[in-house]
Design a protein around this ligand. Structure first.
Ligand SMILES: [Ca+2]
Length: 372
């Protein structure tokens, strides 16, 4: 009898331990590896100086050209984009809720949205049906309910709005880089070059879209969607990773200098830099990836190719203080009963690449235009 008792007790104990482990894993998005993710929070010293910003290329767009002379003071900038691991530390410490959580949805690229979710979402964006507005998609569940970051701690945090990015950097005692600083850093000390490493295109230095967008991605660079922040070697002599490709990154620079809206207004527009995994080598679709690539978006924008990195003025100290949340509260999506034949327009931000193109249309099987 004793043997049976011991056997039962052992089974119960083992079962309890397994349950505890499962609960712990679910609560902590734990990664089984003992990897040191804090190394991705390193800042790099950038010397500052004068430089020629922008490009005179004929296909310059979104104010990328003409070139002009600029000057920046010495500063520091993150070696990598801010990772899921680092962003999670911030969220845990400050119980921070991102704009995507407040809106209760964000944009996910079509290829990563399960069919059953697509079928539930009849709306698409005119000219860009490959951006799907997915409910409850945010940094911790980048493809919506059921997705997670357990194995993606060293991936860039995405679905991050301007205000989210700014709040994270301020909590670290840092700030967002200005656009000038971002480009100075990306150029890595080189003058007038197309890429952070020089003028010659080099494979496997960045994560982009290879193949015919949006139907085919050959993934020669190893990644269909996002890549880990250290998937490729540093892109320049400053040792910076992922400046070009993978995710767009917020800067603190207003896109339209004449904007009079408050800085925290969801409709204020800011410059994004770096391009993302849906951009291209030659600009035949989406943006051409180079050191001067830029565009803008509203402060509340969110999608699975939109992240950030931080900067720091030389001589400042860490405060660890979160700035007062002065954001204009994004109104919650209106929840209305939908009568037959009625359409309901919900308030929602833009995906990274489509400022001002968020007018929804019905989900017809249309070919996406190759140019945004
Ligand atoms: Ca790729």
């Amino acid at each position: 009898m004793d043997a049976i008792k011991y056997a039962c007790l052992t089974v119960v104990l083992v079962f309890t331990i397994i349950q505890l482990l499962v609960v712990y894993a679910a609560d902590n998005d734990s990664d089984s590896s003992s990897r040191d993710y804090t190394k991705y929070e390193e800042m790099v010293d950038i010397p500052g100086g004068e430089f020629t910003m922008g490009t005179d290329a004929r296909n310059a767009k979104d104010g990328e050209g003409p070139t002009h002379d600029e000057k920046v003071k010495p500063f520091k900038i993150s070696k990598y984009p801010v990772t899921n691991y680092a962003f999670r530390e911030f969220v845990r410490a400050k119980k921070y809720k991102t704009d995507a959580e407040k809106y209760e949805w964000s944009f996910v690229f079509d290829d990563f949205v399960p069919e059953e979710i697509k079928n539930e979402i009849p709306e698409r964006i005119q000219g860009a049906p490959y951006w799907i507005p997915v409910k409850r998609a945010y940094w911790r569940q980048p493809e919506g309910k059921g997705s997670g970051i357990e194995s993606r701690m060293h991936y860039p945090a995405v679905h991050i709005s301007f205000q989210d990015a700014k709040a994270y950097c301020q909590w670290k005692g840092w700030r967002l880089p200005t656009e000038k600083e971002w480009e100075f850093a990306a150029r890595g000390g080189l003058k007038g070059k197309t890429y952070p490493w020089g003028d010659k295109w080099q494979k496997n230095r960045l994560n982009l879209w290879q193949g015919k967008f949006p139907k085919k991605n050959t993934k020669h660079d190893g990644y269909h969607g996002l890549a880990p922040v250290d998937a490729y070697p540093p892109q320049n002599e400053y040792g910076l990773h992922d400046m070009v490709g993978n995710t767009w990154e917020w800067t603190s620079t207003r896109f339209e200098t004449a904007q009079t809206s408050p800085a925290d207004d969801p409709n204020s527009t800011y410059v994004l830099r770096g391009g993302s995994y849906i951009d291209s080598k030659d600009g035949k679709f989406n943006h051409q990836l180079r050191v001067s690539t830029r565009m803008s978006n509203t402060a509340d924008a969110g999608s699975d190719n939109l992240g950030f990195r931080c900067a720091q003025s030389v001589g400042t100290k860490k405060t660890g203080k979160l700035p007062e949340d002065t954001r204009s509260k994004p109104s919650k999506p209106e929840v209305k009963e939908i009568k037959e034949g009625e359409t309901v327009k919900q308030k929602r931000p833009n995906p990274a690449d489509l400022r001002g193109k968020k007018k929804p249309t019905s989900n017809k099987k249309k070919e996406a235009k190759s140019e945004l």
